[in-house]
Design a protein around this ligand. Sequence first.
Ligand code: ADP
Length: 533
Amino acid sequence: MARRTRSVRTQVLAGFATLILAFGGVAVWSLQRQQRTVRSLRLANEVYLPLTAALGEDRGNQSQLATVLDRLVDEQNRVGSQTFIDVTRRSRRGRLAGARAVVQRRLRLALDRDDQRLLEETLRRLDVIDRLWAEDERLFDGLLRTLTSADLARAQREERELIGRELQSKDALTSLIRSLQARVKALSDGAERQQAETLRLTVIATAVACLLGVLTTLRARRALDPLARLRDRAQAVGRGELGTVPVPAAEDEIGELAQEFERMVGAMGARDVALREANEKRLQAERLAAVGRMAAHVTHEVRNPLSSMALNAEMLGDELDAMGEPGSESRRLVRSIQREIDRLTRLTEEYLRVARLPTPRLQREDLGALVDETLLFVAAEMGAAGVELTKVLEEATPPVRADESQLRQALLNLLRNAREAMELAGVASPRVVVRVMALAKDGVEGAAVCVSDSGPGLSAEAEAHLFELFFTTKSRGSGLGLSLSREIAVAHGGSLHAERAPASDGGGARFVLWLPAALDEGATEGAIDAEGR
Ligand code: ADP
């Protein structure tokens, strides 16, 4: 099943992207707020304040105009007042047109809804004042004409009407100025408020962004932490500590790397074990070769003197018998010498067999028949030791490729070991069961001989060193038998192992010698060696 992997790179990148977005967001947001404040202040500076100043001047002129008008009829010399009235009349409508142009220009640009409404209202009010002043032009002309005709009563009437209208336009101006001033104040208050708010929110947003930064850093550190453990582990492996350790469960590349690394360490451990085993086998082979050389030497040096000693002892024995002293002490000593010579001869032969174990000459053999012949050979020996020997042919076995004499040697070793184990343990009714059966091993067809006894079985020590060269628990054993038997089995492409015998077969030790079946193409008669030559 594919595991969901959260990539460390993605995690770190996502963290930094969040950070950049957070800081970027804060910067853009505070920039926008600042721009709004600047826009408001510019509107106040460029429109409302100049407008207020211009209209304020007009209002001042209106007050002055009303005062001048009030004195006009009663004045002896009206030249100065008339000049003032003419200048004011001519200039005020021009200024008003200028103010209207400023407002109209501004209205064409994007504005807040409040400013839009205020400027439209300003334009409307300016129109009203302009209309008022346009109508006053006719009244001013009328008043001046009346003054030249010296009709004072009419002049005073017209003068009052004009003063009333001028004061009306002055009030209109005052109200307009107030609403503009109120807007300027609102804008400056708003800017101040926005400034404070922006400052507060910028501090909060910066704190949040910093927190995010800390979290991102911690997260990146946590994601990268297993790397240090992995480095320590690699150093430990470098020192040869190959034992298994728990693998971090992180579902990312580092977790996967750690798992792969542990798999590799496991494979290295397995290879080490295989190497050690191969080395042990090589050592065993080297020791065998050494034994071979030594045996050849010892045999060469000892065999001839031994055989002449045996001959001489036999002649001595015959002589003593002829002298009529068959039961004498001397005769007993000679027999003991003969026994020891026999044992030494057997031992040298055994060493020789190990030393000269030739490549088996393999032939198609019937395992059942071969076992029968071997059992016939040991029957007397077993009978003398009181051992009950049983052979069971479980089923028809396939023919095997075997070197008859080597295989017989291996079987003899197993049978002799069984007898000796039961003898040494003093088993009351010694029993050996030999089973021959068809047996497939690791998917390879073959046949096996199982030699079981009713002895004590294998001790823990024997089990650990059973097939090692020179391992023996017997006082007069050589420790060569099982080692040699396994060599023979392996040289045949087979195997030899030990296990506990089932109770029905005696319940002691059981040795299983397995050989692969002879292939059909090997059915041709004639000898072939282990390499198939
Ligand atoms: P040897 O017979 O000279 O001791 P082997 O290599 O044949 O050498 O046997 C090695 C050892 O294995 C024996 O000394 C004995 O302890 C043990 N062994 C072999 N066969 C049996 C068996 N059938 N029951 C118990 N122990 C056995």
